[in-house]
Design a protein around this ligand. Structure first.
Ligand code: PAF
Length: 279
């Protein structure tokens, strides 16, 4: 596995790979890897000749009072995990390499970004879109693999790729879960042991919603109330529980088309998200 720090070297290397007629599968990450990330690498391996993974904790997607400084980092461990998972090139730039002085161009999605996590974290998706646009221009992948856990990010990046004509295909990979159903996330590290036991409530509340939907419930308000009750039985604080149209992300009152049930819940230091599509 080759480690590349410089964006210019990464871009030159990608150009050479493409000239040689090989396809590139790309997995963008912020590091502190877990089995969820490694499953994205496996998907990339089966879909392209070479796999590039990036590790970059992107300052532009963190708000002023968020966890940029505390975000878990362990490059040595990540490097070994990538090597063992069959990553061919690990792109590991510094913030200074990615954002030159007086960086002044941003990619702002103006519709899907205003709700759910975008409403709680102003500017977050502008940071995500900008860094992913840059990574796509640097890594030049044929396919990019993203996790379904970040449902809103996935939909926004699909829209970015469509609206800005990036020549890349996005493949969505399913959420990988712990045995109690908790979605794997680097931020699970912030949970205290007691909170970790309670955090399974996110998945259990989604299961409850799926069961209500399967039994014929179509009123969004009733489904959201059941989800809220399951979460409020723990010390978790609801940031949002929303049922939105799966394509437009606009709120729905009655479920007639596929709807995304998305939630964000705060435990003391950890803000966790999860989702399911009811259809
Ligand atoms: O999902 C993530 O880890 C990040 O938002 C991404 C896509 C790597 C951009 O920084």
């Amino acid at each position: 596995m080759k480690i590349i720090n410089s964006p210019e070297e990464m871009q030159r290397t990608a150009q050479n790979i493409r000239r040689a007629g090989k396809t590139i599968g790309f997995v963008p990450t912020m590091g502190y890897l877990h089995a969820g990330h490694l499953s994205l690498v496996q998907t990339a391996r089966t879909s392209a000749d070479l796999v590039v993974a990036s590790i970059f904790v992107n300052p532009a997607q963190f708000g002023p009072n968020e966890d940029l400084a505390a975000y878990p980092r362990d490059f040595e461990r990540d490097e070994k995990l990538c090597r063992d998972a069959g990553v061919d090139i690990l792109f590991y730039p510094t913030p200074g390499d990615m954002y030159l002085e007086e960086h002044s161009i941003w990619v702002d999605e103006e519709s899907l970004s205003n709700v759910l996590c975008g409403a709680s974290r102003p500017g977050h998706f502008r940071g995500v879109c900008t860094v992913v646009a840059k990574l796509l221009n640097i890594v030049l992948p044929d396919i990019m693999v993203l996790g379904e856990k970040d449902a809103q990010q996935l939909r926004i990046l699909r829209r970015m790729v469509r609206d800005l004509n990036f020549p890349v295909k996005i493949i969505a990979a399913p959420t990988i879960r712990e045995t109690d159903g908790l979605a794997m996330s680097s931020r699970n590290k912030y949970l205290t042991p007691a909170e970790r036991l309670e955090a399974g409530c996110l998945f259990q509340s989604l299961e409850k919603a799926r069961a209500l939907f399967a039994a014929g419930e179509r009123a969004a308000g009733n489904i959201k109330a059941a989800v809220r009750a399951a979460i409020e039985a723990t010390s978790g604080k609801v940031d949002y529980i929303e049922l939105v149209d799966d394509e437009t992300l606009r709120p729905v009152q009655t479920l007639e088309k596929p709807a995304l049930l998305a939630l964000a819940v705060k435990f003391s230091k950890a803000r966790l998200i999860d989702n399911t599509v009811l259809q």
